[in-house]
Design a protein. Structure first.
Lengths: 302, 229
């Protein structure tokens, strides 16, 4: 009975504020999609970072007869002796944890695997590929010492620290992610204020009822509940629409496109989407309840 | 039932206290008039009993409990023990007589069954048994005040507080209202009524408590509105 009365009050409120409810839902929807997108992007970045940083730290490419470079003798590849010196130097460095030597054949196999549909695949021979050392570090942050050690050695064509390549990319992705989250934070703030104002108006419209409720001893919970349920409903509908949008986006962008066309990268899956949706649902609940409680509190003080 | 123990109330920014050192006890089942001019402290007295205000000094007891420092979450429970009626009725327009009376029960969690039995009894008590379906805006002032009284007593509170209940009514209608209040008092409810209406006070011959500028100047059993030697 008690609950039925609260629900009927809630329904009346939803009815009366229909246009404001729609405004709240749409604002919530858009901002939560951005927020959830930000969460997904963050997880995607972590995933790629983990995979790439883990795999390769520093690649030391060795000279072939075709390569040019300060430490290469033109027309001549690295000599076995030079290779041994480079390898010994790497092993001697305390920052180095593991050294993999990649032969021309391995490099060729890798290349064929990555570009199996590419027309240039058949134009390259095993002999044209570069030998390299792949070095794992004890502490991936301390790469500069190793790079300096081997960069000037004879027979070393180039030292590629993948971090130098990846860091700007990640930086760019991080910026994009924070722009999304920052924009969504602004929109969510607007949504929260909108909820506060709507409820303030709704409370004002019903001040007569509320003053009588207080007079006859209705509990604060009872008086507040219809307003809280009303905004909670708006927040949850917004969250639901945002979740549906994210799922649709995940499906069309990641599952149907990215995963198929860029198989070398790790892609976020439904687990990550679930985490993002839970996150945005939590934000929706908190952002709809708190402004409502603040807006009603003033009128409930005895 | 209601006890004021050396109560003073001073509003912030006001040089003079609204109530000064009031000590007073109203017993269970008593009928007491609170008289005095506007600004004498009657409303402050009532708001202290309802715990809309806290005393600056002293303690207010209702049914034996000190309500001066009652935490706000327990105030609704106190209000359920006190029915309140005002000069301006404070009904919900657009609702029927039945709806207005039932509202007090609905929002405090009574079951539909209870409401179906309690509302007609109360409408009978105030003499509106046949007007339950009427919208309150269609009623006369006296009838509207009866609805307000019904709403105040429908959950059988221990105390009924009436703040100028006849202030907007003509003398003949006022007599009817006083009869209703008297009937409620006879059923055991303590009634405290603030009023300007000397005729009513003189007719009823009940206890009279008079306030002047925040001081209690008279507390007289079977009293009248003015002084009688």
């Amino acid at each position: 009975m008690r609950f039925r009365h609260i629900l009927s009050e809630t329904w009346t409120g939803v009815h009366r504020n229909a246009s404001m409810m729609v405004a709240i839902i749409v604002t919530m929807w858009v901002s939560l999609v951005l927020f959830g997108g930000g969460l997904l992007a963050a997880q995607q970045i972590e995933l790629m970072k983990g995979r790439w940083y883990d795999k390769v730290e520093i690649s030391i490419f060795l000279c072939t007869p075709d390569t040019a470079g300060d430490n290469c003798t033109p027309g001549q590849g690295i000599t076995p002796q030079q290779r041994a010196t480079v390898e010994a130097a790497l092993h001697a460095n305390p920052q180095v944890s593991q050294v993999f030597a990649e032969s021309k054949q391995q490099a060729y196999d890798d290349f064929v695997a990555s570009y199996k549909d590419s027309p240039i695949r058949d134009s390259l021979t095993v002999d044209q590929m570069q030998e390299s050392f792949r070095v794992k570090l004890v502490d991936p942050q301390q790469y500069q010492g190793v790079v300096n050690d081997v960069a000037g050695m004879p027979g070393v064509q180039a030292v590629q620290d993948l971090r130098e390549v990846l860091d700007p990319l990640f930086q760019w992705l991080r910026t994009a992610q924070w722009v999304a989250i920052g924009t969504s934070a602004l929109l969510l703030l607007a949504a929260a204020l909108q909820i506060g104002n709507t409820i303030r108006l709704a409370v004002f419209a019903r001040r007569r009822e509320i003053s009588i409720m207080r007079l006859v001893g209705a509990s604060n919970t009872y008086i507040t509940m219809p307003f809280v349920l009303e905004t909670l409903l708006a927040g949850l509908v917004g969250a639901l629409l945002a979740a549906a949008t994210l799922v649709a986006g995940m499906y069309s962008l990641v599952v149907r496109n990215a995963e198929v066309s860029i198989q070398t990268l790790p892609w976020i899956g439904w687990t990550e989407a679930g985490i993002a949706i839970a996150g945005l649902a939590g934000v929706a609940v908190v952002l709809s309840i708190i402004p409502t409680l603040i807006a009603t509190n003033k009128h409930l003080r005895v | 039932m209601i006890r004021f123990d050396n109560v003073s109330k001073k509003y912030p920014g006001q040089p003079r206290a609204a109530l000064r050192n009031i000590t007073l006890e109203i017993d269970r089942g008593e009928f007491a008039f609170l008289v005095g001019r506007s600004g004498s402290g009657k409303s402050t007295f009532i708001r202290l009993v309802l715990r809309e205000l806290r005393p600056t000094r002293g303690s207010v007891f209702v049914d034996g409990g000190d309500i001066s420092n009652l935490p706000s979450w327990r105030v609704p429970k106190l209000r359920r023990q006190i029915g309140t009626v005002f000069q301006d009725f404070r009904l919900l327009p657009g609702k029927t007589v039945w709806g207005n009376v039932a509202f007090a029960l609905q929002v405090t969690g009574y079951s539909r069954r209870d409401i179906r039995s309690m509302v007609p009894e109360t409408l009978e008590l105030v003499g509106l048994a046949d007007k339950g379906d009427r919208l309150v805006d269609e009623l006369s002032g006296g009838e509207q005040q009866r609805v307000a009284i019904a709403r105040a007593v429908v959950n059988r509170p221990m105390i009924l507080i009436a703040d100028e209940p006849t202030g907007n009514l003509d003398p003949a209608t006022s007599v009817g209202i006083m009869k209703v209040l008297d009937r409620i008092n006879r059923q055991g409810t303590t009634v405290v009524m603030a009023t300007h209406d000397s005729t009513i006070v003189d007719q009823m011959r009940k206890r009279v408590v008079e306030l002047v500028n925040g001081d209690l100047v008279r507390d007289q059993g079977k009293g009248t509105y003015g002084y009688q030697a």
